[in-house]
Design a binder for this molecule. Sequence first.
Ligand SMILES: Cc1ncc(COP(=O)(O)O)c(C=O)c1O
Length: 486
Amino acid sequence: MKDTLIFEESREGRRGFTLPAAGISGGAKEDFLPKAYRRSTPAALPELSEVEVVRHFTGLSMKNYGIDLGFYPLGSCTMKYNPKVNEDVVLLPGFAELHPLQTAETAQGTLELLHGLITDLCGITGMRWGTLQPFAGAHGEFTAMKLFRAYFDHRKDDHRKKILIPDSAHGTNPASAHLAGFQVVELPSDPEGYVDLEALEEHLDDTLAGIMLTNPNTLGRFEKDIRLIARKIHQAGGLLYYDGANMNAILGHARPGDMGFDAVHLNIHKTFSTPHGGGGPGSGPVLVGESLEPYLPVPDIRRDGDTFRWASEHRPRSIGRVSGFYGNIAVLLRAVCYLRMMGSEGLKAAGTLAVLNANYLKRHLTSLFDSPDKSLCKHEFVLSAKTWKEKHGITALDIAKALLDRGIHPPTIYFPLTVPEALMIEPTETESRETLDSFVDTLKDILTTAKKDPEALHRAPEKMPVSRIDEVRAAKTPILRWRKER
Ligand SMILES: Cc1ncc(COP(=O)(O)O)c(C=O)c1O
């Protein structure tokens, strides 16, 4: 497969199209466009034949790896199968050709579906109402933190600045709280990976704004004392925020609202099946309980009898808009389709199978690696390659790279930070037993190589278009566009 850029394949004068004659009479074609608007030099566009263009883009797509190609156990990211019927639905012209500036009267069908989606998400999470505006999980977190701020400001509790965040949390949690003007306090986990209740007690004072938790947490463990934690935080005057990125684990089984949370964000692109990765597309609706409802973003979708409209007047204390328009509608419509297709029983089954698959893998893999805990997990679990590093010089990174050569997307590595040489595995609900067994066999094969020929693993990946890249340089000085002069 060629590694050239489409610009490098370009040959002057080569064309992939033929246009009919313009059919405009009167003068040379240059005269139709006023001189001031004409280019002085031709646009630097690649010139190729149709077949070359098709081969180029097909080649690029074959270099990519996705859930449609194979197993993708990327913990915390929930790369679950995305039913193709979702795509058929969002491509219906009535949805695909909607314009964000269209009036509500001309988009009644979509508004009804979005209104129904908020209702369904409230049912799933045990909340009262919400907003579909945020474009990602992190954006939802930030929105929820702004709601917290508005709540405390309205109560003239502006000295409440402290947000507690467990040390196992996703990095976006402290970032969102900080951006919303809160002071982040890291909460240690106890030896089993749960919130350390003694450490929590130390922060229950009148500077406490609240806590951000994901449950199950990033170790795949369900905070068994969540009701107690919620009671303590509320008694101290604080609020609880639920990071719903791990909602896949408890779908239809447990609801953040019943656990005592005041606000939830959902990662629609994960839990409710939109193809995502590489930064998008996403959607992070925020659902809230009674205390935060007055502050929700506007415009809101209101139902008057059989009609739906955008409304702001009923929310004088709103934090305002958090998105230019109404959110990532195509992602939200995919979620509507997925929810309708699954129904409540289907969602519950998805949660059950996600947990079953994770425990099946955990059972087969804990004897091969160090494991922070051997108990049952929820939808994901974390292993550590610490001993492999100490004995054979093989790191979590080496294992991840070796998986690439064997046709499997690696699990999340080096997260959570509390586990050294972490490998965080989330198989999701749709994988068969054969796929899970084959993943176990592949890891065994890699570990056999680690003992016999560790150097081979340091060289991995050898079958990919690029091998080990300088990740710091790639992050600090990314080359995002082609420049002719180079
Ligand atoms: C636990 C957790 N919280 C929050 C996020 C942030 O979500 P997003 O990537 O949509 O911003 C993620 C994303 O991976 C996550 O795993």
